[in-house]
Design a protein around this ligand. Structure first.
Ligand code: TUI
Length: 319
């Protein structure tokens, strides 16, 4: 089951690993690439020296295709873009903004550019500015999100652009992958399930929180700061959402107070395993994830279940 995405990226299976900040290091990304998917190094808020180290580490761990994700809210983004362009990286994904101003640099470096978008308008703009494909991320996803769901957004963007579309957000197994193909996507990006991969260095407490999570255990913080983020519910989110409610009712909300509550919380979750005051970014599909597996097992499961799902549905709907 090869798709145009496999040809475009030189991979065996049309599965991209999401570039979860603090989680998507060379250990996880190389395991995904070595299993035939596209591993992505996440660079989050990293300064350029850290990015350099991660790329070097990745090159030592895989000979297969991989990419780097650039988080556009990173204060070091200009330097990170220059480093990525200079280091022979072949694939770049971007998140949390529009990469328009870097597009020429990426293209000049021969990079395949795949922006993550959460709206039809940005998808159209990205195609016009030279994106090679687009990752359409619905608000079921973990971390920084837009407003529309994967189910609603993917077909609208498939109709709006001519470049390949990859679906993301809420795709936790081969059934979700099959559904994404039905909507017109040619591949999927998977985040939350790879957080609990055996090769993921996320703290065991964070992994267990995802495994224990139920369908409605995520909440969205940051609605009033303009950076909505989906995370697992805990003491931090209870206090944050209470503060958000208080600030919303004031004539001049104190956004600094909200930012302070969330500061450093992602590292606390991923590195320290703080289940109470860590920001445990995870998608709504966490409730479907039941165990730790290797990246190879995860990819194999997606592909097998996807093929069976499509075959079963086709046989039911024949004639
Ligand atoms: O980027 C993500 N997910 C992320 S980034 C991240 S690090 C972070 N931490 C705290 C606060 C904010 C970020 C954690 N998770 N996913 C890709 C994605 N991009 N989802 C939604 C978007 C997006 C949203 C609005 C892309 C563009 C956009 O508007 C751009 C514009 O200028 O129109």
């Amino acid at each position: 089951m090869k798709s145009v995405l496999c040809e475009m990226l030189g991979i065996d299976y049309p599965i991209i690993q999401g570039a979860m900040a603090w989680v998507a290091d060379a250990d996880l990304a190389s395991a995904v690439s070595n299993a035939g998917g596209l591993g992505l190094i996440g660079t989050g808020h990293d300064p350029v020296e850290v990015v350099k180290h991660k790329i070097r580490d990745m090159k030592a761990k895989t000979d297969r295709p991989f990419g780097v994700n650039i988080m556009l809210l990173n204060m070091h983004v200009d330097a990170v873009v220059d480093e990525v362009c200079a280091s022979g990286i072949k694939v770049v994904t971007t998140g949390a903004g529009s990469p328009g101003r870097y597009m020429e640099k990426f293209k000049a470096a021969g990079i395949t550019v795949i922006p993550v978008v959460a709206s039809v308008a940005l998808a159209r703009r990205m195609e016009k500015e030279g994106a090679d494909a687009i990752i359409v991320e619905g608000m079921e996803a973990g971390g920084h999100i837009g407003k529309a769901t994967t189910m609603a957004l993917v077909p609208q963007i498939v109709d709006a652009v001519s470049i390949p579309v990859i679906a993301a957000g809420g795709i936790g197994d081969g059934r979700g992958m099959a559904a994404a193909f039905m909507l017109g996507a040619v591949g999927v990006q998977v985040g939350t399930r790879f957080v609990v991969a055996k090769e993921s260095n996320a703290h065991q407490n964070f992994k267990q929180s995802i495994i224990k999570a139920k369908d409605i255990d995520t909440v969205i913080t940051g609605q009033i700061t303009g950076h909505p983020v989906r995370v697992l519910r805990n003491k931090l989110t209870r206090e944050y959402l209470q503060a958000e409610k208080e600030e919303t009712s004031k004539p001049v909300p104190d956004l600094g107070r909200l930012e302070k509550i969330g500061q450093g919380a992602l590292r606390k979750a991923v590195v320290e395993g703080d289940k109470d005051y860590g920001s445990m970014m995870a998608g709504q599909i966490a409730g479907l994830i039941k165990k730790e597996e290797t990246c190879q097992e995860i990819i194999h499961d997606y592909m097998t279940v996807c093929k069976h799902t499509i075959a079963n549905v086709a046989s039911v709907w024949a004639d």
